[in-house]
Write a protein that binds this ligand. Structure first.
Ligand code: HMG
Ligand code: MG
Length: 309
């Protein structure tokens, strides 16, 4: 029987967080609903981070407030939390909803010190220290915890990153109790050979059991993300993040002339895993509807920004 691959769509969070224009809160909620209808396993809905750092996601609680009746059975909602303040905001959403609307929170650090400082104003060690109470309190509230490691195949500031450095940071998250390790190729630098080295470093340090808890989060800057998925599937990875319509685009990988391509698109991910002989829960035509809507709201926001400039 074909094996099932798990898909988390991160477009409402990673896809929208760097947009300069304003995306209306109801449009964000509509995008989440369309992704649920398309059958993805999880939607990363938003982030409870400082609105000064990421203004685009300052309405996280308001987005969730529009989603009380949106979640089909079996679909999970998650959100990023960088610290206890973020966790408290996520717990308040569940309290207001009177249900576990947010199933999982995601903490995030990096395998690059420079990136960690620029992204969260903290060293890697400081982020892990911050996460300790966050993870304990999240688990006490019966929430799952994703632990992201960014810059797993290169850093926009430090260049090459050793796979052993990635696995060491991942171990830090693992030891704190994260139940999923999510490896982020933040600038989309990975080639299939890098993925093989990375997964080898992970299983060497944490054992083969880590494969059941490993997710790959690929940006498609160099157009190699689908090949990296094929390599990861061959090595036992069964969980991937992607962004419908390929929304996103790491600001650190963009130039003034050319905006970097975004996350691996969810449509490309579904095609790739299906061609490789695996199944997903996704209905491709419904995913296309979500992609059309996602591209429309972003195009509208970008056009409005150009008009105002
Ligand atoms: P800081 O300035 O060092 O924090 O930022 P602070 O504790 O000094 O607080 C400063 C202000 O922020 C205070 O407000 C706090 O209350 C407030 P003020 O008194 O000045 O009015 N604050 C918060 N507000 C809302 N929610 C919170 C929160 N925490 C503090 N949780 C901080 C530290 C971590 C907050 C900041 O750096 C931050 O928010 N960073 C977020 C960066 C981010 O979201 N990056 C994108 C996500 S990661 C990513 O995209 C990579 C990934 O996709 C994987 C990959 O591709 O590699 C996941
Ligand atoms: Mg990302």
């Amino acid at each position: 029987m074909a094996q099932r691959v798990r898909i988390t769509d991160v477009s409402p969070r990673d896809g929208l967080q760097n947009e300069a224009g304003v995306i209306a809160t109801p449009d964000k909620a509509r995008l989440v609903r369309l992704l649920c209808e398309a059958g993805v396993d999880e939607v990363e809905v938003s982030s409870f981070v400082s609105a000064r750092w990421v203004p685009q996601l300052g309405d996280a609680a308001e987005v969730f407030a529009l989603l009380h009746d949106a979640k089909p059975k079996g679909t999970l909602f998650s959100a990023l939390v960088p610290n206890e303040t973020g966790l408290e905001a996520a717990l308040a959403v569940n309290q207001a909803a009177g249900m576990r609307l947010i199933d999982r929170v995601a903490v995030f650090t990096a395998a690059s010190e420079t990136f960690s400082k620029k992204n969260t104003n903290a060293t890697i060690a400081e982020t892990l220290k911050r996460f300790d109470p966050v993870i304990k309190r999240a688990k006490a509230a019966d929430l799952g915890v994703r632990g992201y490691v960014s810059c797993v195949a290169g850093c926009p500031f430090e260049g090459e990153i050793a796979p052993e450095k990635v696995s060491l940071v991942a171990q830090g998250l693992w030891d704190l109790g994260a139940d999923e390790i999510d490896l982020g190729d933040t600038i989309g630098a990975a080639e299939p050979a890098d993925i093989a080295l990375l997964i080898n470093a992970m299983t060497t340090r944490l054992g083969d059991r880590v494969l059941d808890q490993l997710t790959l989060h690929l940006h498609d800057t160099s157009g190699r993300a689908a090949e990296c998925v094929v390599e990861a599937l061959a090595l036992g990875v069964r969980s991937f993040d992607a962004s419908v319509g390929g929304l996103g685009g790491c600001p650190y990988a963009s130039t003034p002339e050319r905006r970097a391509p975004g996350n691996l698109s969810t449509q490309a991910l579904v095609r790739t895993v299906t061609q490789a002989g695996f199944t997903t829960g996704v209905a491709p035509e419904r995913l296309d509807a979500a992609a059309t809507f996602a591209r429309d709201i972003v195009a509208r926001a970008r056009a409005e920004t150009r008009t105002q400039a």
